[in-house]
Design a protein around this ligand. Sequence first.
Ligand SMILES: [Zn+2]
Length: 101
Amino acid sequence: MSAKICTDMYGQQAATGQAANRVRDHVLWRAGQRLAASHRACGENRDRCGDPRCAGAYPCLGRRIADQAIDASQREWPHRWTAEHDLRSYETALHATGRRR
Ligand SMILES: [Zn+2]
């Protein structure tokens, strides 16, 4: 069987178990994981995001914000505050442009 599977360039899935032990802000961590899950390099063109609503050059803005949120969720509050603000702003921008499902 040779089904096409979207894979994560950064191996995020493999790191998830270890990272979860260091998380200080689980809400931010989960929000980052959710965003990262939809913004992955996918298909034949590894330079493009697999999310059809995004399709930006990979790593796209959504992926970079997701990675920042996941990283910041394990750090001190100023990092978490900044990452949460960026993530919420990105989601708000998606709503405003009607690019959400
Ligand atoms: Zn994307």
